[in-house]
Design a protein around this ligand. Structure first.
Ligand code: FES
Length: 114
């Protein structure tokens, strides 16, 4: 089995336009671009049922579309209330213009309490 999960092409992700990715069996992920860097986080807000890829990106901060809480894309830490729990982050692997994460680090859907 491949040790990496392919998420998208680097070209699919523009700053301010995160890419939502739903790898089968794993939690929903979002891929972000900040200048020339790529970041991967969980896509679900920890405050409620909203997808961060539908939110508003300003530099390395993503604002949730539902109640305006926000997270640092780099660290996953909440930076604005009502969000108080971090979102997971994953080290992106860039190969041949594609974005991957390590399968061993990816969180399966049944491992939600982190
Ligand atoms: Fe994201 Fe409330 S659901 S801030």
């Amino acid at each position: 089995m491949e040790d990496k999960i392919r998420l998208c092409s680097v070209d699919d992700v523009a700053e301010g336009f995160p890419c939502a990715v739903n790898p089968v069996g794993f939690i929903a992920l979002a891929v972000f671009r900040v200048a020339n860097e790529v970041f991967v986080t969980g896509n679900l807000c920890t405050h409620g049922n909203a997808l961060l890829s539908d939110g508003y990106q300003e530099g390395d901060v993503i604002e949730c579309p539902l109640h305006g809480g926000a997270f640092c894309i780099r660290s996953g830490e909440p930076v604005s209330l009502p969000c108080s729990e971090r979102i997971p982050t994953y080290e992106p692997i860039l190969e041949n213009g594609q974005v991957f994460i390590r399968r061993a680090r990816a969180q399966r859907v049944d491992e939600n309490d982190f």
